[in-house]
Structures are given as structure tokens and as C-alpha cells.
Ligand binder design. Structure first.
Ligand SMILES: [Zn+2]
Length: 305
């Protein structure tokens, strides 16, 4: 069952004027990046250990507003060896957090003529609400296959039994919302979980690796086929992370370790020249990493139409 990314969109309403999906191939593996929307969040959270003046200067250089900006939220669909794999599931519904511009995944998969019943596997980079929430939307579970496999690191499931938020810096309401989403997820999907320790091959050339850092079970997904490579980095890298890999993101449960993970990953990606896709990089978030002095530079690919 392959991911038919050439199928015509379902004409259920007017097309969105800005595209929300981008397809590419990694050797024999089909990849579709789908935007779940954007999360307007305070800018302080992307660098809460930075000098406010330095942070303000970075935002100004990027032509971004000083107080809050829209964080992109990307999900990927991957097809390899007859398996159709959803990497993360977007925000879903957030009645209390007031983020109405995210949670678009289900609608956008429908617009791409992708049936939820075709998904054989879900890989979760971690269990934050903006990565599992789409699975919790009313009616979604019933449309998924009864034999759906959900791959997540054992350390992640363990962490959410008693999560530590003492090193995070989130807006009010977020810790409770994240705890509750993780709890709901476990309640609804426990029987579907396929836990792994350090790494697991989900399908030919699709390997999930635990990195830790952002959360103890945070993982990245590495695609390798025919000499091509792509890494889906989840929340290991944010838009500020190329210029300032040491800046702590407020959602990181172990910010020191998260910075080490980021640095290691960026060095490796710069070395291999492979494609990077990450959850919160600007859509379609398809690019490469270059070394720039003692930091890095994000080099988006030229869109291939
Ligand atoms: Zn996230």
C-alpha cells in the first residue's frame, strides 16, 4: 500500500491559497511533509537563557515581531516497503490553549486524498501535545486500523508516568495541558504501542533513534535509500538553533542535554549534507545544514515543482 501523492485532491471545499503539503523522494522512499498549522507563542520561550537584548536583535534581524511569532508545526508521511508511516500527529484540538490555527492535519490529509485507514504505523518523536494531539481528535481513532502500530521510545512512556517540568519555561496552562494530552494518549492507544530502547527499524530504510534531551525519550527518524538520506529531527532543532544552538527552548525538559543533542545532530547533518526536516522549522522545512563560523546556517532546498 503506497502513499499515492499524485492522487487529485478531494474537492470538498475551496483549495487553500497557500500550499500545506510538499512531496519529495529519498531514494525509493516517498515523503510528504504536511503542515498542521502554526502556534503563536511568546518569543521569550525560544531562548529563555539568552540576554533579552541579544534575543531581540536576533528577532529583528529575522524580521520577526519582538513578542510573539507563529511557530510552524510540521508532520511527515512516509511510504516504504508497503508501509505507510505517519511521523507525529500535530496538535489536534486545544480547547484551553487558544491555538486555533494549528490542528489542521486531519483536514489536510483528507485534502491530499490520504485515508487514515491507509496508515500502518505512527512514529512519535515524543509525547508533547503538538505531536500526539491529532490522534486524540474525536473520531480519529475509529478511522485508524485496528492493527495500527505506534512506535515510541520506552523512556518516553516512562517519563510521562511522572513528568518533571522543573527545567522548562512554558506559558501558564501548558504543563497541565501537556500532562493531560499524554495521559489521554496512553489511555486510548496503550494497546497499539511498540516500544523501543535506542533504535528501531520501522520499515525498510526508516529507522527511529532515541536522542533524549528535549524529553528523555525524544527521537529522530532517519530515512536512508539508494544513497539519499533525510532526518526528521522532531524538536531537536528550532529556527533559532542554527545561529544559536545553545539557546534553551522553554519546552525542553533537560535543556542542557537538548543543546548537546542539537549540536551533535547539526554537526553530523552538516557533514553528511543530507536533508533535514524538523517539526518547528518554516514549512516545508526541507533543507540542509551548513557550518557557519562556530555556528550553523539553514539552507532551504529550491522547491522542486
Ligand atoms: Zn513540538
Amino acid at each position: 500500500m503506497s502513499l499515492d501523492i499524485t492522487a487529485p485532491p478531494v474537492r470538498s471545499g475551496p483549495d487553500e491559497l497557500v500550499p500545506s503539503r510538499y512531496a519529495l523522494r529519498v531514494g525509493e522512499i516517498d515523503v510528504l511533509v504536511v503542515s498542521d498549522g502554526v502556534l503563536p507563542l511568546p518569543t521569550a520561550m525560544m531562548a529563555y537563557n539568552a540576554d533579552p537584548a541579544v534575543r531581540a536583535a536576533w528577532l529583528d534581524d529575522m524580521f520577526l515581531p519582538p513578542d510573539a511569532f507563529d511557530w510552524p508545526l510540521n508532520v511527515a508521511m512516509v511510504s516504504s516497503g508497503g508501509r505507510t508511516i505517519l511521523i507525529d500527529a500535530g496538535l489536534g484540538l486545544d480547547p484551553d490553549l487558544h491555538l486555533p490555527r494549528a490542528g489542521q492535519l486531519i483536514k489536510r490529509l483528507e485534502a491530499a486524498a490520504i485515508d487514515l485507514a491507509s496508515v500502518t504505523d505512527v512514529v512519535l518523536t515524543h509525547m508533547h501535545m503538538d505531536h500526539v494531539g491529532g490522534l486524540l481528535v474525536d473520531g480519529v481513532k475509529n478511522r485508524l486500523r485496528p492493527d495500527l502500530r505506534i512506535h515510541v521510545a520506552a523512556a518516553e512512556v516512562k517519563f510521562w508516568e511522572a513528568p518533571d517540568f522543573s527545567h522548562t519555561s512554558m506559558p501558564p496552562g501548558f504543563p497541565d495541558a501537556l500532562r493531560s494530552a499524554a495521559k489521554q494518549f496512553m489511555k486510548q492507544y496503550r494497546d497499539h504501542l511498540r516500544l523501543f530502547e535506542d533504535q528501531h527499524e520501522v520499515a525498510p530504510g526508516v529507522i527511529v533513534h532515541r536522542t533524549g534531551g528535549h524529553t528523555p525519550g525524544h527521537s529522530v527518524v532517519r530515512l536512508t535509500s539508494g544513497g539519499d538520506r533525510l532526518t526528521f529531527a522532531g524538536d531537536a532543532v528550532f529556527a533559532v538553533g542554527f545561529d544559536q544552538p545553545d539557546w534553551h527552548n522553554g519546552f525542553e525538559h533537560d535543556p542542557e542535554e537538548a543543546a548537546r543533542v542539537r549540536l551533535r545532530l547539526l554537526r553530523e547533518l552538516a557533514e553528511t549534507g543530507e536533508i533535514l526536516v524538523a517539526t518547528h522549522l518554516p514549512f516545508p522545512s526541507v533543507g540542509r545544514v551548513a557550518v557557519d563560523g562556530d555556528a550553523f546556517r539553514w539552507v532551504p532546498v529550491f522547491w522542486d515543482y
